[in-house]
Design a protein around this ligand. Structure first.
Ligand code: AMP
Ligand code: ZN
Length: 470
């Protein structure tokens, strides 16, 4: 353990506080994960990257084996049921496929696998048990096959977002249902008609409400009190208020989450990116367009998690240029063994990732390649040796200096190299220079080495532009 002090802004107190773990041998964090009915949009990736960065910092400070990170999969939800009905596919098929996509896409962004990725449907008995406890303690009631949480029975309701119950009723569009005693009461369990997923319970065949999932899974995997609970800002109310109400009423002896952290939203034209607004694109869309995952990660880290962020192509282009430079510097270099204390310190200051990127710029300018390599790895960027997109490729008369399956257009380029070599051998320097200038104009850098001419081919080279030279 280092002497670095970690400070985090706690939504619950609205202050930046020194973080002291309940048990430094097992620092525990829970983050609300995706509902799996569709590809993750870019906004969904923000909490994954933000809390991955926090996970990495916690692992550095407390030791990798002393941190437990849980990020759930919500695989029971009416949106999933609707998707199954629309497509005629089974729910399990949809949730399995979408979960696989999510894990794949988040891995492409350099996020480490959490310690546990629990699926809600595997924790139904724990949810039922928790609901039974809530009923027994007088915090929940059964009505028309539903079980509802009695919000008025929990005095501290609203403390996280700092609103009174009456304010919340006025501000939120709460669903008024005849079986609710109070419009704010929320569903813990609801009946499932035939054809919908359901589990047997003391209240008949049904399925859990969304909020109870996180309370039951975090309790099972992390205990009645744990250190950090994270998620997007949009989940503060009602989801997180409801999680707190359920967990604190079922396990009043525990304090549930000590620190609450919320990332701000990813925006498009000033509006939250979301499926319901239709202004979204997926992580996979970007990856398929050739934006490398590490470039997306770099852009994300450039904005503090507590600030709204815009995704722009310009940011992505700049990030790509910077990263390419850093990858060129660190390619084939062995990473420094020692932690860069300054980098760790800015990240320990409420996860100041823009300051971390600034520190990397400074290391690149004034430090060593070994330091830079450590820093890049610490921020979750893959090592240069595992990345290809930043490399320029070289084509020679005898082959290429590039690996991988990228088309290198050897057949298209070598005739020009041969022609250039011939002109030079014939001492027709004027024509040789003219050809060289024309090749450079289309992006090929031509030079002469001991073994003959070499063309440096940019990654995005388009051989069609050679046609004009034929
Ligand atoms: P959902 O699948 O909608 O429950 O969202 C999964 C996670 O993504 C939650 O932590 C949300 O807060 C987060 N999220 C959703 N939209 C955005 C957005 N536009 N920007 C940042 N985070 C988001
Ligand atoms: Zn949750």
């Amino acid at each position: 353990m280092t002497a670095t002090e970690l400070k985090l802004t706690n939504t619950k107190t609205r202050r930046k506080e020194v973080f002291t773990p309940i048990d430094p041998d097992n620092v525990r964090m829970y983050v609300c994960g995706p509902t799996v009915y569709d590809r993750a949009h870019l906004g969904n990736a923000r909490p994954a990257v933000v809390f991955d960065m926090l996970f990495r910092v916690l692992r550095e400070v407390y030791g990798p084996e002393h941190v437990t990170y849980v990020r759930n999969i919500t695989d029971v939800d009416d949106k999933i049921n609707a998707r199954a009905a629309e497509t005629g596919r089974s729910i399990r098929e949809i949730t399995d496929e979408t979960t696989g996509w999510y894990l794949e896409d988040m891995a492409a962004l350099g996020t480490l696998p959490p310690t546990h990725v629990p699926r809600a449907t595997e924790y139904i008995p724990q949810m039922v048990a928790m609901i039974e406890t809530l009923i027994a303690r007088g915090h929940a009631y059964v009505a028309e096959g539903h079980v509802l949480f009695d919000v008025r029975s929990y005095g501290a309701y609203g403390a996280l977002s700092g609103r009174s119950v009456d304010d919340m009723i006025a501000g939120a569009r709460v669903e008024v249902a005849p079986y609710k005693r109070d419009p704010m009461d929320f569903v813990l369990w609801k009946p499932s008609e035939a054809g919908l997923p359901g589990w047997d319970s003391p209240w008949g065949r049904g399925r859990p409400g969304w909020h109870i999932e996180c309370s039951a899974m975090s309790h099972e995997l992390l205990g009645e009190s744990f250190d950090i609970h994270g998620g997007g800002n949009d989940l503060q109310f009602p989801h997180h208020e409801n999680e707190i109400a359920q967990s604190c009423c079922a396990h009043p002896e525990g304090g549930f989450a000590k620190v609450w952290m919320h990332n701000e939203m990813l925006q498009v034209e000033g509006k939250k990116m979301s499926k319901s607004l239709g202004n979204f694109f997926t992580v996979r869309d970007l990856l398929d367009q050739g934006v490398p995952g590490e470039v997306i990660r770099f852009v994300f880290l450039g904005t503090h998690y507590s600030k709204p962020m815009d995704w722009t192509e310009k940011k992505a282009e700049e990030a790509k240029k910077t990263l390419a430079g850093w990858y060129n510097l660190t390619d084939g270099v062995r990473a420094m063994k020692r932690v860069d204390q300054e980098l760790l310190e800015v990240l320990c200051d409420d996860l100041n990732s823009p300051a971390a990127i600034a520190r990397l710029h400074e290391i690149a300018r004034r430090g060593t390649a070994e330091q830079l390599k450590w820093a890049l790895t610490f921020l979750g960027f893959p090592e240069a040796e595992k990345v290809n997109w930043f490399r320029d490729f070289h084509v020679t008369l005898t082959g290429t200096a590039a690996e991988g399956d990228t088309p290198l257009y050897v057949d298209e380029i070598t005739p020009f190299l041969r022609k250039w070599q011939k002109l030079r051998m014939e001492k027709n320097y004027e024509a040789a220079d003219d050809l060289k200038a024309k090749l450079e104009a289309v992006g090929l850098k031509i030079s002469n080495f001991r073994d003959g001419p070499v063309a440096k081919v940019p990654r995005d080279f388009d051989p069609k532009c050679l046609k004009v030279l034929l």
